[in-house]
Design a protein around this ligand. Structure first.
Ligand code: ATP
Ligand code: MG
Length: 180
């Protein structure tokens, strides 16, 4: 599984529809300070269901909607679509490509789509669960998190490595089984 494309419209500094295509392997986003690099990773977090404005470096969730510039009025909604290549069947669905869309209006109303069909946040989370892409899987490491890793105690660092290596979910299952 890999990130195939990301489309932003009205999300943070991306007022106009912006479509980014990624190849398998390593991709690097470069640009001057303030050009929107972190907004790209915020968009990935957001479309995957992030509920905390603070994690998205904002005060309120509405801060993800393009607020306007001298050249352009504010957007009425933010929309992000992320497409994952699932030809290796990592995700438990019968689709070669899985597109997840999140929209949010100024009214605060939010909606999710999976391959264009209306879905619940729970459906999105269910599909991503165990793929290493869901919440709390360290698939996105913010600048502040990096400091936390460097300053962590050895035991905490071990937990992070186990989580990243996908070992901790097996340990959680083992612990759950042992309790029964
Ligand atoms: P750095 O190299 O400093 O980390 P960066 O490329 O990561 O910079 P970002 O933090 O992604 O930059 O982008 C910051 C820019 O996004 C700021 O200019 C900010 O005004 C703009 N921005 C954030 N939210 C919105 C919004 N809702 N509407 C319009 N612009 C926004
Ligand atoms: Mg940044």
């Amino acid at each position: 599984m890999y990130l195939k494309s990301l489309t932003l419209k009205g999300f943070k500094s991306f007022a106009a529809r912006t479509h980014m295509v990624f190849d398998p392997g390593l991709s690097v986003v470069v640009g001057p300070n303030g050009s929107g690099k972190s907004n790209v990773s915020d968009a990935i977090l957001w479309v995957l269901g992030e509920q905390s404005a603070k994690q998205l470096r904002g005060q309120a969730m509405e801060d993800v909607i393009f607020s306007g510039s001298s050249a352009r009025g504010p957007a009425g909604l933010a929309e992000v679509t992320l497409v994952l290549d699932n030809s290796d069947g990592t995700l438990p669905v019968d689709f070669e490509e899985v597109g997840v869309t999140r929209r949010m209006y100024r009214s605060g109303e939010s909606e999710y789509l999976i391959n264009g069909a209306p879905a619940r946040l729970m459906d999105v989370q269910d599909i991503l669960h165990d793929s290493g892409l869901g919440k709390e899987t360290h698939s996105i490491i913010s600048q502040g998190k990096l400091d936390a890793v460097l300053q962590a105690k050895p035991e905490q660092r071990r937990e992070l490595i186990e989580e990243a290596a996908g070992i901790s979910k097996h340990r959680r299952r083992k612990e759950r089984a042992a309790r029964k």
